[in-house]
Design a protein around this ligand. Structure first.
Ligand code: ADP
Ligand code: MN
Ligand code: MN
Ligand code: MN
Ligand code: MN
Length: 363
């Protein structure tokens, strides 16, 4: 993105006055949200309905100009939006809705960045194993000039150490964004399970999960959309770049915690160890799936330092935050639980990550 020269902030008190206007009881605004041609960024547009939908299947199929989102040629530009998962709208409130959509081409085939189709098929195949996921979404807040939020404009903050889970105006930057986003997710029944300040100042994390099957990808994508909207309201930028600042600064990942019912039950550690054996044989394919550029983005992050493993080697260990796969200490002690795959990049597609995990360990 080119640098923005000035801030386009508006008067939020005035905005609030208009947003408090009520709309007719039988009307509803529905924000359709979809993943664009980058496979990383989201787009959205709204239509008014004259009924209040109870579920996504009641919503009309819609379309958009795919030539403006990297999803179609100008001469054949209509791309279809199929509503899949509906949420209460935490921004417009009332009966208004936000709906996550899948994108389909003119010939009814999924677009290249619609990775939900195959994910759903795999989750349906594996449903009797009850695969659960918990994703830890790390992200960085930037000022509108693309400089990390709260960092000195002509230099760097002090070295990492005091910032992780920190408190105080000299240690954490942008907590309003984090708190607002947390509430927005809870309001909309997204399975958000926590947040924390990260090791690099202005870097944060939220966790979504445990979620079963396709709900993982759906809830995380919508939580990402909410995060962008909240940041927009506060006039700051959120980036999911896995290594936003070069040098001695932690990168950002999307650690993915995984379990099947057998892993969660008594004796599950044996199942976890079997799964790790399978993961050890498919390391390369997983690395290719763990960022939107086939491993290119993770090259900057998975260096073997800053609490990461090298992307060229597979490793696993109890409580080891320098390994590809970590078995949490409590799980090793209890003999059951889940494993953590620390390799996915912060900008990975959760549908792609959850699909390959199930393909490798369950099918
Ligand atoms: P870390 O110690 O790696 O920072 P977090 O507390 O940030 O871990 O995240 C742990 C994640 O694991 C949460 O999203 C949580 O919902 C998820 N989780 C907990 N139990 C399970 C389980 N049995 N299967 C899958 N995910 C789980
Ligand atoms: Mn138009
Ligand atoms: Mn975490
Ligand atoms: Mn983290
Ligand atoms: Mn983690």
């Amino acid at each position: 993105m080119p640098q923005l020269l000035s801030s386009a902030a508006t008067n939020k008190t005035m905005f609030d006055r208009y947003m408090r206007l009520t709309i007719p009881d039988d009307k509803c605004q529905v924000m359709y949200v979809w993943i664009d041609g980058t496979g990383e960024t989201l787009r959205s547009k709204t239509r008014t309905l004259d009924f209040i939908p109870k579920q996504a299947s009641e919503l009309p199929i819609w379309n958009f100009d795919g030539s403006s989102t990297g999803q179609a040629e100008g001469s054949n530009s209509d791309v279809y939006l199929h509503p899949t998962t509906m949420y209460r709208d935490p921004f417009r409130l009332g009966n208004n809705k936000i709906v996550l959509c899948e994108t389909f081409k003119y010939n009814k085939q999924p677009t290249a960045t619609n990775r939900r189709r195959t994910c759903l098929a795999v989750m349906t195949q594996a449903k009797d194993l009850h695969p659960w996921f918990g994703m830890e979404q790390e992200y960085t807040i930037l000022d509108v000039d693309n400089h990390p939020f709260g960092w000195p404009k002509n230099g760097y903050p002090g070295p990492q150490g005091p910032y992780y889970c920190g408190v105080g105006a000299n240690r954490v930057f942008g907590r309003d964004v984090v708190e607002s986003h947390y509430r927005a997710c809870l309001y909309s029944a997204i399975e958000i399970s926590g947040t924390n300040a990260e090791v690099m100042p202005a870097q944060w994390e939220f966790q979504v999960g445990p979620c079963e099957g396709i709900t993982m990808g759906d809830d995380l994508w919508m939580a990402r959309y909410f995060l962008q909207r909240v940041a927009e309201d506060f006039n700051v930028i959120v980036t999911l770049d896995p290594k936003p600042i070069k040098g001695d600064w932690n990168g950002a990942g999307m650690h993915t915690n995984f379990s099947t019912e057998a892993m969660r039950n008594k004796g599950g550690l044996v199942e976890i160890e079997k799964a790790i054996e399978l993961l050890s044989k498919t390391h390369k394919a997983h690395i290719e799936a763990y960022d939107p550029h086939g491993g290119k983005d993770n090259e900057r992050r998975l260096t073997g330092s800053h609490e990461t493993s090298s992307m060229h080697d597979f490793s696993a260990g109890v409580a080891n935050r320098g390994a590809s796969i970590r078995i949490p200490r409590t799980c090793a002690e209890e003999g059951m639980g889940y494993l953590e795959d620390r390799r996915p990049s912060s900008n990975a597609d959760p549908y792609v990550v959850s699909e390959i995990l199930v393909r490798t360990m369950c099918l």
